[in-house]
Write a protein that binds this ligand. Structure first.
Ligand code: NAD
Length: 426
């Protein structure tokens, strides 16, 4: 079932266009969540190796080899990156599937093409940049022009490793920045291939660099580094607060893309079959590990019983299995501690008095692998932890409401922002 793609034996840093022979012997296993077997290993970059990567980025930025290249030449290179991502989509999707457990079909059709499109989108957006001229005050002429920021530290999560990292890399490069990427320590397997693509596309050495390792070691060293000008972070809110506070010490600019507990509001006027499809896809795509998941499903009381019972029946019919199987709809969770965290929320739900409609344990029929059955719970108050905390798994929480105003109030009664969904005929 799995396409015949060689698996890299190790993943190390990529600095100034070369894969670094690691000085630090600290390694972490790279696990296939479908089998729980080790498939490769990661060499963790320490502060000294992070320093090399930042220095390479700095030198490339200051040299102007990319930062002062014309926008149209940069655009041509970025479009080559896009084309090479499309060309190597099978290899990228295979490595990503092997390491994340996200169904191969979702990776091949959505994540990897999406990563390629980022390079087109951002290079086109950058080609339309405009400046401003302010002449209101006599004797003064004020000109505003957009310049690259410098060296960008790009820190990405494990739930869409290539796609979410490419969003950041494409945005940084299109405007002339150099960067150092730090992917999640859980899912670095496809990044060697991605770096090779940058090389092949003709991105000058030192413009894209990569360091790998845990957030508290490699990530923290990167954010602290005085050679970094801005930090773009995607991950959990708690890590985001830490990253922001480290960055603030040296007044680095930050961009934070954090978690969610987004409300999916279903009104009685909605086409219920369409809303049902939407609600299921919204919470179970990507094995339920999506920042934009509609994880709090708010249903109008008049249709709640019918909607929830249909949702539960459909959830129980979801095909769980090998993520390389094209029929699979729900693969394994990304890593063991995460699966345990999701299961802990079943206990939280029970202790809070929520109704468990289905799921709640490891999926039967799998000797190995981090497979869970889809979990559907029904809360009786939005104050419950299962309505307020991000579970980040195949875990749907239902809540009833009477009026649209009440639904909106419940949707907004959350410490998260991010996404909103609403189904109605209007
Ligand atoms: P995480 O916060 O644990 O880790 C994210 C990244 O930050 C990883 O690369 C990690 O190594 C690094 N990191 C962690 N602590 C760090 C520190 N102290 N210093 C520097 N780097 C550090 O998040 P995760 O578990 O990998 O990802 C899941 C979270 O990401 C969820 O909350 C999800 O909602 C969120 N997410 C948000 C978006 C969005 O666009 N808003 C997209 C995808 C995922």
């Amino acid at each position: 079932m799995k396409p015949n793609v060689p698996t890299p034996t190790n993943i190390c840093s990529y600095v100034h266009g070369e894969f670094v022979t690691p000085a630090n012997q600290h390694t972490l296993p790279i696990i296939n969540p479908a089998t729980e077997a080790q498939v490769s290993r990661l060499h963790e970059a320490d502060a000294a190796e992070v320093d090399l990567a930042v220095q390479a980025a700095r030198a490339s930025f200051d040299s102007g080899v990319w930062s002062r290249q014309s926008t149209d030449r940069r655009q041509a290179t970025l479009l080559r990156v896009r084309d090479l991502i499309f060309k190597h989509a099978e290899e990228l999707a295979t490595l990503e599937c092997l390491n994340t457990g996200i169904p191969y079909m979702q990776l091949k059709k959505l994540h990897i093409p999406g990563a390629g499109v980022q390079f087109q989108f951002h290079s086109e957006a950058a080609s339309q940049l405009k400046g401003e001229l302010h002449q209101q005050r006599s004797g003064y002429q004020l000109q505003v022009s957009r310049e690259p920021a410098g060296v960008a530290a790009l820190i990405s999560p494990w739930n869409g490793p290539i796609n979410l990292s490419c969003t950041k890399i494409a945005a940084a490069l299109a405007y002339g920045n150099s960067c150092v990427l730090k992917p999640s320590e859980y899912t670095p397997l496809a990044f060697k291939k991605l770096m090779e693509i940058f090389q092949e596309a003709g991105i000058p050495d030192g413009v894209v660099n990569m360091v790998n390792g845990r957030g508290v070691v490699t990530g923290a060293a990167l954010v602290e580094h005085p050679g970094v000008d801005l930090v773009s972070f995607t991950g959990g809110g708690n890590s985001g607060k830490i990253v922001n506070s480290i960055a603030a010490k040296s007044l680095k600019r930050t961009t934070m893309e954090l978690g969610g507990k987004s409300a999916n509001i279903i009104l009685e006027s909605a086409d219920l079959e369409v809303a049902l499809d939407g609600a299921l896809a919204s919470i179970f795509t990507g094995n339920g590990q999506q920042c934009l998941a509609g994880s709090r499903i708010l249903v109008q009381k008049s249709i709640a019983r019918e909607f929830i019972s249909k949702f539960v029946a459909r959830a129980q019919a979801i095909r769980i299995g090998d993520p390389f199987d094209p029929a699979t709809e729900l693969g394994p969770l990304a890593y063991r501690a995460h699966m345990d965290k999701v299961l802990d929320y079943v206990k939280v739900a029970r202790d809070e008095g929520a109704v468990l409609h289905c799921g709640g344990s490891r999926a039967p029929g799998f000797e190995k692998g981090l497979y869970l059955e889809p979990i559907v719970v029904e809360a009786n108050s939005n104050a419950m932890r299962i309505c307020q905390e991000e579970v980040f798994g195949p875990f749907a929480t239902f809540l009833e409401f009477d009026t649209l105003e009440e639904a909106i109030a419940i949707a907004n009664d959350s410490e998260f922002g991010l996404v909103s969904y609403l189904w109605s005929n209007d």
